[in-house]
Each structure stands twice: as structure tokens, then as C-alpha cells.
Design a binder for this molecule. Structure first.
Ligand code: PLP
Ligand code: COI
Length: 366
């Protein structure tokens, strides 16, 4: 499906009822994750006849949807997640937003949604962050989390790709994803459920994948764990990823290994950035299949010295325990490992403008 050739500009139609400064500052002092939203949102509409149009940054408000809208019945929906970071000089930057634009386009193809041109994606993010610049937190590891998404809005109950679609971006000030801050997380190994199957939608960022992860995630919480880890659907043997993060294994020779993209793993932008940053630091990096037995034996023998999870929301978070029906396997001494820490620092230094951007990954928004 093609888009119109007219450039989308997302011109601002400012809110006349923005959140009061005092209240905004209260929120920014302790934002948590995903709790509060800014004064505006970006929006554009696509129809099969007219392509993309009606682009603007408008006041944040509830949507009016026909109850027959396809997204409500057949989950034709995709989304992205990226952050805007405030640098020491007050400027605001995004990290590799072109990669999010490309992944949204790949997700769109898989979900039979229209592709949004990269320039339009970048304009939507830039215009929204400019409008809501006052919502970009300062200090610590805080940021403005951006959530672009696309939904099938056509009112039609037949099962086919919708001919009317809406794209939106909302923004939410963010502190740490995990309420405990940076401490090792525990992982429950899901042996009864899988997240994605060969030929399915695992490599796309679509809402259905997350709906499917909620019950196993609930099981993880019932087992006293923070996150759930999924194995491959065919053999129940190969480590894939967590519900919303990719995984890395640090070996005793200093090398790092992450599960190879299988078609059912989401290609994390943090994951691929770490492959590059670790290689830049002279570390051996590998993408290959990792069996659950290798994980267990590696931790027991000391060959695997650290395990960490990574993603936009969670940044780099150490894994402290793997729990399954076989019992519990403790990793490290309840502290972040040395390699995990150095990778975490390298990534954050880049995102917050404290390190030189040798790959041209940062894009200035404000
Ligand atoms: N895997 C899943 C299932 C995710 O939802 C995410 C989060 O976006 C990731 C991995 C990490 O991707 P990224 O680093 O692009 O945020
Ligand atoms: C992200 O890291 O952006 C995610 O999407 C993870 C989760 C909040 C869905």
C-alpha cells in the first residue's frame, strides 16, 4: 500500500487547557512509567483512496471510535517505543528514531497496515516533542517516552485489511521502568506458553503479541518474578526473549551473546546498538541460538558470568534469578555485573550526550 507523496508536517494546533505548571512539575519530579501524558498528541489519517492526510499535533484527548472499528475486533494495530533525552545544555534528542520508523514500516507490512514514510514518522515525533518540550524531564535517567501507534479505524466487520487507519503519537514522562529502580530482576521461564511462533507476528511490534504475554506474565508475578522469558514455539528449547525486552549473556572471556533473530524475536534497537557498542569497545559479540540448557549449565559452571535484559523502556537491566519448575538459579550476588554496568553506562552516556556520537545515532529534536 502506498502513501501519498505530499509531505506530512504535523503543524501544531495548541491546547487551550494545558496542565498547570505546578502540576506538571509535580509529575516530572516522580513520573514512574506510563502514568502521565503530555498536553498534545500527533495524529494523521490514512484512507485507501486519499493516502495519508489530516496530519497535525493536536490537544491530547480521548478518541472517538466506531464500535465496529476493525482494531477493536481483529487487533489490526502496531506500535513503537522510543525516548527523548534532555542533554546537559538543555537540548532534546532522540536515539536512532530512523530505526523506529523502519521497524514501524516492517510491522505495518506484517499487519497489512499502510506504511508511514520515514520523514513523516520523524516529523510527528519532532513536532510533538517541540510542542511538549516542557514535559521532557531533566536529570537522572529520566526521559520523555514516545509511543507512536497505528490502528485500523474502519467500521467494518469483514475480515480484511482496513481501508481507514489512524496514526498517533502520545508522550509520557518516564523514570525507571521497574518500580524498584536499578536492581537485578527475576525471570520466570514460561514452559506452558509461547510468545510467538514461526511465521507468526513475533518480529512485528503489534499489540496482540503483548496481549498473548499477559497471562504468562501474570504467572511470573505469581511465582514472585518480575518478567517472563519465552522459549521458541517449535522445540521449547531455544531462548527467545522476555515479554518486552531482549536478552544478553556475558561469558567468562568477556564476550557477549544474544539470541539470533529467529523470525519470532522482536529486533530491539537497544539490542542492535549494544552489538555495535560492545564491538566498538573491543568485545567479542555473537548472535546465535542459545538453549535453555546452555543458560542453566553456563551459570552453574561459571561460563556465563552475567545475564541482562535490554530495551528502550528498561535500558539495560541485570537479571538476578531464573525461576522455573526445576527450581531457582541465582545469577551474580544481587548486584549489577561489571560488563552489564559498562554496557549500560556506554549506552546512557551516548543517549544523554556525555559521549561522542560516532555512529550519528542521535537526532536533535529541540
Ligand atoms: N522485545 C520486545 C518484545 C519488546 O517489546 C521490546 C521493546 O520495545 C524489545 C524487545 C526491545 O526493543 P527496543 O530496544 O527497540 O526497545
Ligand atoms: C519499549 O521498551 O519501548 C517497550 O515497548 C517495552 C514495553 C513497555 C512494551
Amino acid at each position: 500500500m502506498s502513501a501519498t507523496s505530499t509531505a506530512l508536517e504535523f503543524a501544531l494546533r495548541p491546547s487551550t487547557t494545558p496542565v498547570a505548571q505546578v502540576r506538571r512539575e509535580e509529575i516530572l519530579a516522580s513520573p514512574g512509567f506510563g502514568n502521565h501524558f503530555t498536553d498534545h498528541m500527533a495524529t494523521a489519517t490514512w484512507t485507501a483512496d486519499a493516502g495519508w492526510h489530516d496530519d497535525a499535533v493536536v490537544p491530547y484527548a480521548p478518541l472517538t471510535l466506531d464500535p465496529a472499528a476493525a482494531v477493536l475486533h481483529y487487533a489490526q494495530e502496531i506500535f513503537e517505543g522510543l525516548k527523548a533525552y534532555r542533554h546537559g545544555d538543555g537540548s532534546v534528542w532522540a536515539f536512532r528514531p530512523e530505526a523506529n520508523a523502519a521497524r514501524l514500516a516492517r510491522s505495518a507490512r506484517r499487519l497489512a497496515l499502510p506504511e508511514l514514510p520515514e520523514a513523516a514518522f520523524l516529523a510527528s515525533v519532532e513536532q510533538l516533542v517541540r510542542a511538549d518540550e516542557a514535559w521532557v524531564p531533566t536529570g537522572g535517567e529520566s526521559s520523555l517516552y514516545l509511543r507512536p501507534f497505528m490502528i485500523a479505524t474502519e467500521a467494518f466487520l469483514g475480515v480484511r485489511p482496513a481501508r481507514e487507519v489512524r496514526y498517533l503519537v502520545i508522550a509520557s514522562p518516564a523514570g525507571s521502568y521497574f518500580s524498584g529502580g536499578l536492581k537485578p530482576v527475576s525471570i520466570w521461564l514460561s514452559e506452558d506458553y509461547t510468545r510467538a511462533a514461526p511465521g507468526g507476528t513475533g518480529a512485528a511490534k503489534c499489540g496482540g503479541n503483548y496481549a498473548a504475554s499477559l497471562l504468562p506474565q501474570q504467572e511470573a508475578v505469581a511465582q514472585g518474578c518480575d518478567q517472563v522469558c519465552f522459549l521458541d514455539a517449535a522445540e521449547h528449547r531455544w531462548v527467545e526473549e522476555l515479554g518486552g525486552m531482549n536478552l544478553y549473556f556475558v561469558h567468562d572471556d568477556g564476550s557477549i551473546v544474544t539470541p539470533a533473530l529467529s523470525g519470532s524475536i522482536l529486533e530491539g534497537i537497544t539490542r542492535s546498538s549494544i552489538l555495535q557498542l560492545a564491538a566498538d569497545a573491543g568485545r567479542k559479540v555473537e548472535e546465535r541460538r542459545i538453549g535453555i540448557d546452555e543458560w542453566r549449565e553456563g551459570v552453574q559452571s561459571g561460563r556465563i558470568t552475567e545475564v541482562f535484559a535490554c530495551g528502550t523502556a528498561a535500558v539495560v537491566t541485570p537479571v538476578g534469578r531464573l525461576v522455573s519448575r526445576e527450581g531457582e538459579l541465582v545469577h551474580g550476588g544481587g548486584e549489577i555485573g561489571e560488563v552489564t554496568q559498562s554496557i549500560r553506562t556506554a549506552l546512557l552516556d551516548l543517549q544523554y550526550g556525555r559521549a561522542e556520537d560516532t555512529h550519528g545515532w542521535m537526532r536533535r529534536l529541540v
